[in-house]
Ligand binder design. Structure first.
Ligand code: NAD
Length: 386
């Protein structure tokens, strides 16, 4: 099949969907791969590496998009000069990417109208058979790592304990809220830097993982079911969130750095750090809110901005994976190519909708938006715009 890899056009995006190593494997297994000139440049994969891998580097976006059987992207298609990228795809083509189907559902409607078979990498179920395709997890691991580095570089203190001739510096105290993929990576990174780390998650099942990374698990009795389906959490009641905030307030006041990653798939991020809690923190402390894009775990977070309130820095970084583009691309490329290998068998598209992986992540096929949740989001978006 003819696989296309375009240059990402979204502002600030430095990742590329397929790296030369992956392209080489695809070419060896019989695919023709075309890569748009400069697609990997910002992730430090020059065109020459794609040529060595057996790809054809093309300059005209129209031939790349219009002639691809399968187009692999990082971000959803968007405007490109005077056209929308969806219009460049040929009818019946396949599109794979982080398509943000619940955040921007009208794009999925547009793909369906154009008869594109679209796979949303965010919708890959968290089952062990799909681990190698789980792009949300690979990119969240990058974000968790970078969040700690951001916190460490903003804090006016060392992370590790330091005994020097100039005195002993106490280790930084880091509190991590939400111990999913990003949270666990944040714990591991903060521990490697020598901080004293505490963490909390509503799913008690993660206690052991938190402890095995050398952090202390903060206990809050919530008395309700917190495990949802597909490896995700279930949204808890407002009463439970109140109870949680009560216990967490003390831990937050004592922390030098708070990293928040709490999220329930498809919902607004739970509000866990109030303005009052920020006021209780020492001057110079830092909050890094990874859930900024979903509304933020901290009441004061402004997505994409860093602000200072009462001496406390509150950062709401967006797209941290793009700030580490080489490894983020390498991991995404592995995820996307695993999905390609799964849906293409002997050179043909092989779609078994009884399969939970294909059923889960295929969002548009034969002119139909395939998931009720996305159809509802489309209806809401249309009525909001009407
Ligand atoms: P995840 O689903 O693996 O983890 C989220 C965790 O939050 C889960 O363990 C869940 O149990 C926990 N949680 C839910 N409600 C909670 C509550 N009320 N209190 C405490 N914990 C609660 O998600 P992830 O892949 O680790 O991603 C975490 C967040 O980071 C998401 O908001 C994601 O969008 C974001 N993210 C941000 C960037 C960025 O660049 N800013 C990049 C990747 C991911």
């Amino acid at each position: 099949m003819r696989v296309g890899v375009p240059r990402e056009t979204r502002d600030g995006e430095r990742r590329v969907a397929l790296t030369p190593n992956t392209v080489k494997r695809l070419v060896e297994s019989g695919h023709e791969v075309r890569v748009e000139a400069g697609a990997g440049k910002k992730a430090y994969f020059p065109d020459s590496k794609y040529v060595e891998a057996g790809a054809r580097v093309v300059r005209a976006a129209s031939s790349l998009w219009g002639e691809a059987d399968i187009l692999v992207k990082v971000n959803p298609p968007g405007p490109r000069r005077s056209v929308h990228e969806i219009e460049l795809l040929r009818e019946g083509a396949v599109l794979v990417g982080l398509l943000n189907p619940l955040g921007d559902p009208l794009v999925i409607q547009r793909l369906a109208d154009r008869m594109i078979t679209a796979f949303s990498m965010e919708m890959i179920p968290r089952v062990s058979r799909a681990q190698s395709m789980d792009a949300l997890s690979s990119q969240a691991a990058v974000a968790g790592y970078r969040a700690v580095l951001l916190g460490a570089s903003t804090l006016g203190k060392f992370f590790p304990m330091l005994t020097t001739a100039a005195g002993t510096m106490r280790p930084a105290r880091v509190f991590i809220l939400g111990a999913g993929v990003a949270g666990l990576q944040a714990i591991a990174t903060a521990r490697r830097l020598g901080a004293v780390v505490e963490a909390f998650d509503i799913r008690p099942a993660v206690k052991e993982e938190v402890e095995s990374l050398g952090a202390t698990f903060v206990k809050v009795e919530l008395e309700e079911e917190t495990e949802g389906t597909g490896g995700y959490a279930r949204e808890v009641s407002e009463a439970a969130k109140d109870r949680e905030r009560e216990v967490l307030a003390e831990r937050i006041a004592a922390a030098d750095v708070v990293i928040t990653t709490a999220q329930v798939q498809g919902k607004r991020a739970p509000l866990l750090v109030t303005e009052g809690m920020v006021a209780s923190m020492s001057r110079g402390s830092v909050i890094v809110d990874l859930a900024a894009e979903q509304g933020g775990n901290c009441e004061l977070t402004v997505p994409g901005k860093e602000l200072v309130r009462g001496g406390v820095t509150i950062a709401g970084p967006l797209n941290l994976p793009s700030s580490m583009p080489t490894h983020a691309s390498q991991m995404y490329s592995k995820n996307a190519s695993s999905l390609l290998e799964y849906i293409v068998r002997e050179g043909e598209l092989h779609l078994d909708f009884e399969d939970d992986i294909i059923d889960g992540c295929c969002v548009s096929h034969e002119g139909v938006v395939r998931h009720e949740r996305i159809r509802e989001a489309i209806a809401q978006e249309k009525s909001r715009k009407a």
